[in-house]
Write a protein that binds this ligand. Structure first.
Ligand code: NDP
Length: 284
């Protein structure tokens, strides 16, 4: 058996074309959705992510800008910048690129962003609303993952979803979203004993471990859907996932590749959230 590949790049492109239409309608009513990204310091990986976000935003016709601050920026100075953006009606979405330098508390910064402009979906109010199943900005990577699964009409309700990883930005929220879709959810992490026993039960296996090729077909049930969230840079500079694609695709029914998988979907859901913010659709 050879798995069907869920191509995140293609799906992201289709969704952006739909968004382009929505942006054009918003512009006709005098609103240009605008995303402001704040970059503190000069992390090359962050810079490359931001370029991707700006390019994708331009593709949909929305506007974006990047505020670059030196690595020595104090927490107070960054908080002041966020207050200005919270009050600026022309800015609909605010994203502070993580990680931040050590002198700044990520928690303080995330909580300072207005929940109505928190298009990353990291603010505790948005996370809480996602948990209660209320309207919220959903965190982008989990939102993208569920969108990919639904794009192939893969059943979720009643199925066993196993998540490897329990980070606040990927593992926990993706499990919650799948629970909201009526999956039976199991979380695994570094302290899980007999990992394979759980993963081999998974109808949907989401792998967000951060270790190249940690999961191969021995961990996968025949016919499962395998979502590879990992982004690992190899010695040759190429990106690879947490799943050994060649091995896993022999057993899975559906699989996401790296690159061209979850990554492009994450950026796309960020833009979707920014349009939602511009439409004033959040209940904040
Ligand atoms: P974290 O490092 O925050 O979390 C990794 C998780 O994996 C932890 O919960 C950890 O357990 C668990 N883990 C580590 N080793 C094992 C193991 N041997 N067995 C089982 N579980 C294990 O990473 P993130 O969640 O932030 O990111 C995960 C991956 O996804 C990374 O490669 C990252 O680059 C990528 N990523 C991709 C995105 C995209 O858009 N495609 C967006 C965000 C992240 P414990 O909690 O016990 O330590």
């Amino acid at each position: 058996m050879s798995a069907e590949v869920i191509n995140g790049k293609e799906l992201a492109h289709e969704l952006r074309m739909e968004m382009k239409e929505q942006v054009s309608q918003l512009k006709q009513s005098g609103i240009t959705p605008h995303l402001t990204v704040i970059l503190v310091g000069d992390n090359p990986a962050s810079r490359s992510y931001i370029r991707g976000k700006e390019k994708a935003a331009a593709e949909t016709g929305m506007s974006s800008d990047v505020i670059e601050l030196p690595a020595s920026t104090t927490e107070d100075a960054l908080l002041q910048e966020i207050t200005k953006l919270n009050e600026d009606a022309s800015v609909h979405g605010i994203l502070v690129q993580l990680p931040l330098p050590d002198q700044i508390s990520e928690k303080q910064i995330i909580e300072a962003i207005s929940p109505a402009k928190d298009v990353d979906g990291f603010h505790p109010i948005n996370i809480g609303r996602m948990m209660t199943g209320d309207d919220a900005f959903l965190s982008c990577t989990p939102y993208g993952i569920v969108t990919m699964i639904k794009s192939k009409a893969i059943p979720i309700a009643g199925k066993h979803a196993v998540i490897i990883g329990r980070s606040n930005i990927v593992g926990k929220p993706v499990g919650q979203l799948l629970l909201n879709e009526n999956a039976t959810v199991t979380y695994c992490h570094s302290k899980t004993e007999n990992l394979k026993e759980f993963t081999k039960q998974a109808d949907i296996l989401v792998v967000a471990v951060g270790k190249a090729h940690a999961i191969n077909q021995d961990y996968i049930k025949e016919g499962a859907t395998v979502i590879d969230v990992g982004i690992n840079r190899q010695a040759d500079g190429k990106l690879t996932g947490d799943v050994d694609f060649e091995s896993a695709q022999e057993k899975a029914a559906y699989i996401t590749p790296v690159p061209k998988g979850v990554g492009p979907m994450t950026i796309t859901m960020l833009l979707k959230n920014t349009i939602k913010a511009a439409k004033g659709l959040s209940s904040h």
